[in-house]
Design a protein around this ligand. Sequence first.
Ligand code: UDP
Ligand code: MG
Length: 322
Amino acid sequence: MKISVVIPFYNEEANIDQLFKRLETIINSLDIEYEIICVNDGSKDNTLEYLIQHHTRNPVIKVVSLSRNFGKEIALTAGLDYTTGDAVIPIDADLQDPPELIKQLIAKWQEGYDVVYATRGYRWGESWLKRFTANNFYGVMESFSNIPIPRNTGDFRLMDRRVVEAIKKLPERTRFMKGLFSWVGYRQTAIIYDRSPRYKGLTKWNYWSLWNFAIDGITSFSSLPLRMWTYIGCFISLLAFLYAAYLMIRTLIFGIDIPGYASLMVTILFVGGIQLINLGIIGEYIGRIYEEVKGRPLYLVRDAYGFDNSGEDNNIKSDQVS
Ligand code: UDP
Ligand code: MG
């Protein structure tokens, strides 16, 4: 039995020592075989140097260094491709996901579950606005798509090898990992924990990137935003038909009256606005289709440390997922 821990790193130099200290303490106490796959997602600080130092100290710590910053979702995908364990645990580098929980995750896995995700009971150090927007987002996701995405659950979870293989088969470029994790199904269960604040450094998310992340999530798992325009269109056409009938009858009875500038303007602007929104939404989907058909590799690896054929299999790896 072997466990693979996958950690994406983007400018996390201040957290590395403490992270490995806690992680190694807990895994060593479990007395199992393990590897730690660290993905350096184009960090601009000394993250890579520190990771290599840890790799030379303890060779089960392996490092994959991407050619630039690809974003957390892709970094995680790259990490998954390099794992060899029977179970894989992605975890954040900032110690917001307590490594001590790994023990409980493994216990549930041994009970026979394929996916054990860690759900946040309370989110320390996160503003009410972030919690409020997160909650609303999950609400919208739930009503828009029929994939149940567990609320308040990040990427911190344990996945059996068969689940990882299933996820590796999903080729899409817009990688909304939470959604993909749920999409594959299998026997899933949850454990609850309180999410701690970041150990050091700042989150890479701002509200704009969260908004884009939310759009990615919705467009990858629902075509409702496209379909609803059929109904909105029908509804507006019906209103227009009724209004036209009313105008015709009124003209027949009372004759033509010229004034009507206000109602004309309002109608034109309203319908024009509706059409632009609709075009924008179609554009969101077309943009994503374009991203997909370009068929570029998901990520490029600059260097890999601790793997048998370091770095060279990078093209094969990207082909496997594409
Ligand atoms: N991360 C990454 N690439 C990025 C942004 C973030 O690999 O472009 C990593 C980051 O180093 C951390 C994890 O993703 O290990 C979560 O990032 P963060 O703490 O900023 O997100 P939050 O916890 O606020 O959702
Ligand atoms: Mg964090």
